[in-house]
Design a protein around this ligand. Structure first.
Ligand SMILES: Cc1ncc(COP(=O)(O)O)c(C=O)c1O
Length: 414
C-alpha cells in the first residue's frame, strides 16, 4: 500500500465490534481465566496484554500504523516525544558513554543530552549537520549513539541521512533520526539506512494540538546480534532483531513508565488519517510563504530548506523529493522587532507548539532556548532576531495578509 493509504488503514483491526476506528481501550489491566495464562503472559510465552503501562490495544493500533509508515520492524508508542528520546538513551547508554548529536536541534533534546544525561556521566558532543565529515571527525571510541533531526528545529539544517548512516555503521554505532519535522510523508529514514526513528507525535502526526505523544520505531537496520550493546546482544539470541524493542518494552519502558494514555493514541490515529493531505498543503503554503518573506523589505533573512538558494536545496530534492516541510525561520533585524511582529499577528498564534493545522509563531531565543545563555544560543544558531513559523493549512493568502499587516505595523512603529 502507498503511504497515503497506510496512514488510514494500517493497523486497523475492527475486532468483534466491527468498529471502523480503533476503539479506545480505557482499561488499566487485563484479566485471564487461569493463573497459568497470566504467568505465561508475564513470561512473554503467550500473546496478550497484562497492564497498560506495558501495552494496550489502542496503543498497539498506533504502533502498528507507525511501523508501516516508517517501514520499520516494530514500534513503541510513548507518552511524549521526550519520553521516546530519553527511553532510547536510557536503553542504550551507560556512564562513560558519549552521544554525538547534531547542532540546531530541539532545545528539550539538547537539554536532555547536555544537562540531564551529563549528571549520569554521559557526555554529548555536537557536530554541524551540514557537514558529514564533521560527524566522522567527532566520533570517538566512546560514541554509542549518533543523533540527528531530519529537519533541525529550529536550525532548519537537513543532514545527509544516507551518508551519516554509512559513517555510523562503519563504527558499528546506531544512528537515530528524530523524524518529527519531516514526517514519513517526506522521508522514511530507515529506507536510507537509519536504525531507529523517534517522533514527537504531538506535532504533525496529531496535527490539531490535542494530545502529547511520542514513538520509537526500530527500522531493522542495526544488527543487534553483532552490536556493541552486551545486554541487547545477549537478548538477540532469543528475540532476534526485535531484541532492542523487547529490551525497551520489558525493562526501560516498564521501569520508567513513559506509556501513552489510550485516548491520546486514539487522537494520534485520527491525526494520522489526514497526515498525507495536511503535509501536502503545509509544504505548499510554507514554500510560498518563504518565497514571499524572502522578497519582503522588512525581513533580513529567511531559512527554509527548499528555497532555491538554500544550501540544503539539493539534499531536500534528493532526500525529501523536493518538499521542505512546514517549519521556517526568518530574521527581523532585532529581538524588539521580532517581538513587535509576533504581537501584531492576528491569525498566527504565538505558541510553543508546531505541526498544527493552524499557523503558529514563536521567538525561540526567549522561550524554548531561554535557559541557554546568549553565547550558547549563538553557537546553536538561535539568534535574537529569529522568528520561527510553523505553517498551517489556512489559505496561504490569509497567512501572507496577516504577516503583511504585522510587518506594516512594525514598520510604522520602527
Ligand atoms: C523535533 C522535536 N523532537 C522532540 C520534541 C519533544 O516532543 P514532546 O513535546 O512531544 O515531548 C519536540 C518538541 O517540540 C520537537 O520539536
Amino acid at each position: 500500500m502507498k503511504k497515503d493509504t497506510q496512514s488510514i488503514h494500517a493497523g486497523l483491526t475492527s475486532g468483534i465490534s466491527g468498529a471502523t476506528v480503533p476503539p479506545v481501550c480505557q482499561s488499566v489491566a487485563f484479566a485471564y481465566d487461569t493463573a497459568r495464562e497470566l504467568a505465561d503472559a508475564f513470561e512473554g510465552k503467550g500473546p496478550g496484554y497484562i497492564y497498560s503501562r506495558l501495552g494496550n490495544p489502542t496503543n498497539a493500533a498506533l504502533e502498528a500504523r507507525l511501523t508501516h509508515l516508517e517501514n520499520g520492524i516494530g514500534c513503541i508508542a510513548t507518552s511524549s516525544g521526550m519520553a521516546a528520546i530519553s527511553s532510547v538513551a536510557m536503553g542504550l547508554l551507560k556512564t562513560g558513554d558519549e552521544i554525538l548529536a547534531a547542532k540546531g536541534i530541539f532545545g528539550g533534546t539538547t537539554s536532555l543530552f547536555c544537562n540531564t544525561l551529563k549528571r549520569f556521566g554521559i557526555e554529548t558532543r555536537l557536530f554541524d549537520p551540514a557537514e558529514t565529515d564533521d560527524a566522522c571527525y567527532r566520533i570517538t571510541d566512546k560514541t554509542r549513539l549518533l543523533f540527528v533531526e531530519s529537519i533541525g528545529n529550529p536550525g532548519m539544517e537537513v543532514p545527509d541521512i544516507p551518508a551519516l548512516a554509512e559513517a555510523a555503521h562503519e563504527k558499528n554505532i546506531p544512528f537515530v533520526v528524530d523524524n518529527t519535522a519531516a514526517t514519513p510523508m517526506l522521508v522514511r529514514p530507515g529506507d536510507l539506512g537509519a536504525d531507529i526513528v523517534v517522533h514527537s507525535t504531538s506535532k504533525f502526526i496529531n496535527g490539531h494540538g490535542t494530545a502529547i505523544g511520542g514513538a520509537i520505531i526500530d527500522c531493522g537496520n542495526y544488527n543487534w546480534h553483532g552490536g556493541i550493546f552486551e545486554d541487547i546482544r545477549r537478548l538477540s539470541q532469543t528475540r532476534g532483531q526485535l531484541a532492542f524493542l523487547w529490551h525497551l518494552r520489558n525493562l526501560i519502558y516498564r521501569d520508567l513508565g513513559g506509556c501513552p494514555a489510550p485516548m491520546n493514541s486514539f487522537l494520534m490515529l485520527q491525526g494520522l488519517e489526514t497526515l498525507p493531505a495536511r503535509m501536502k498543503i503545509i509544504c505548499e503554503n510554507a514554500a510560498e510563504l518563504a518565497k514571499y518573506l524572502q522578497r519582503h523589505p522588512q525581513i533580513s533573512w529567511v531559512n527554509y530548506p527548499a528555497l532555491e538558494d538554500s544550501r540544503f536545496k539539493t539534499r531536500v530534492d534528493r532526500i525529501f523529493g523536493g518538499l521542505g516541510g512546514g517549519l521556517l525561520t526568518f530574521g527581523t533585524g532585532s529581538k524588539e522587532k521580532a517581538f513587535r511582529f509576533i504581537d501584531a499577528t492576528e491569525l498566527a498564534l504565538n505558541t510553543t507548539n508546531l505541526g498544527d493545522v493552524k499557523t503558529l509563531v514563536i521567538h525561540p531565543a526567549s522561550t524554548i532556548f531561554h535557559e541557554f545563555g546568549m553565547e550558547e544560543r549563538q553557537k546553536m544558531g538561535v539568534g535574537e532576531d529569529m522568528v520561527r513559523v510553523s505553517v498551517g493549512i489556512e489559505s496561504v493568502e490569509d497567512i501572507k495578509d496577516d504577516f503583511t499587516n504585522a510587518l506594516i505595523l512594525f514598520q510604522d512603529e520602527a
